[in-house]
Design a protein around this ligand. Structure first.
Ligand code: HEC
Length: 121
């Protein structure tokens, strides 16, 4: 197969997945390590901890503050709640942080971290 064929096929693939893309679950599935090796480089220590520290631990401290139900201080805390964290960081009606959704690029870092297998470092 020559390079043009490869390019044509990959653009076909991209167009198709873009059209199928109507739920957040789909986005997460697409970002699997097989389809996007970049997700493998995201780690808690390098990428995710800063996001949580800057936006969440004012309330999700240990002990939790201002009515927050759990702390998000440690790797285990964040890893164990990663599904709910990702959901609420995209929930316009019930956003986390409560002050309003963060930039989509920031939320994507968390989703890529999950897709890449929740690496610590
Ligand atoms: C101003 C305080 C505050 C900040 C900042 C905040 N939270 Fe929360 N969080 C709460 C409170 C209060 C609740 C419980 C009520 C609710 O679910 O809305 C909660 C609930 C949650 C839940 C649901 C817990 C469950 O039992 O399912 C998740 C997940 C969550 N927060 C994640 C986050 C993340 C991730 C951030 C940062 C991006 C964040 N929160 C920032 C106060 C906060």
């Amino acid at each position: 197969m020559n390079i043009l064929n490869v390019l044509f096929l990959s653009s076909l693939l991209l167009t198709q997945t873009a059209c199928d893309n109507d739920s957040s679950e789909d986005i997460i599935k697409e970002e699997s390590p097989e389809t996007n090796p970049g997700v493998n480089t995201i780690t808690y220590e390098k990428d995710v901890k800063t996001i949580i520290d800057n936006n969440c631990i004012a309330c999700h401290a240990n002990p939790p503050q201002r009515g927050a139900p759990m702390s998000l201080i440690t790797f285990a805390d964040v890893k164990n709640r990663s599904g709910a964290i990702s959901d609420r960081m995209k929930d316009e009606n019930n956003p986390m942080p409560k002050s309003g959704l963060l930039d989509a690029t920031v939320v994507k870092v968390v989703d890529d971290w999950i897709a890449g297998g929740l690496k610590e470092k």
